[in-house]
Design a protein around this ligand. Structure first.
Ligand code: SF4
Length: 107
């Protein structure tokens, strides 16, 4: 093998190693994302609960138990994921079974 071919081979290997490393890094970062706490200063005004059945009915009379993050337009996760992103709460994840008063029916 010529020196030129060896260099090409080394570059190709490093490129593939970089792609593989990126593929492993992304799920790791996603799973490390912080989860929203019900006690969080942002969560309380919107009545966020990890469990939609625990929502305060007196404070949120329009809420129904069929409404949850998994069927909210704003929920960002794959089908079946237990936790996912929500633009209302920035970088923190919300529970798929949760709810807040910004709930919007998924189209
Ligand atoms: Fe859940 Fe939707 Fe409220 Fe976000 S806006 S916390 S996805 S109900």
């Amino acid at each position: 093998m010529s020196e030129r071919n060896e260099t090409r081979g080394r570059r190709r290997f490093l490129g593939l190693a970089g792609i593989a490393a990126a593929g492993f890094a992304v799920p790791h970062l996603a799973s490390a994302q912080a989860r929203l706490e019900e006690s969080d200063a942002q969560a309380q005004p919107l009545g966020y609960r990890h469990d939609t059945t625990k929502v305060d009915k007196a404070k949120f009379p329009k809420h129904s138990a069929e409404q949850n993050c998994a069927n909210c337009q704003l929920f960002q996760a794959k089908a079946g994921d237990a936790w996912g992103g929500c633009p209302i709460f920035g970088a923190k994840q919300v529970n798929a079974k949760g709810w807040c008063s910004a709930w919007v029916k998924k189209a």
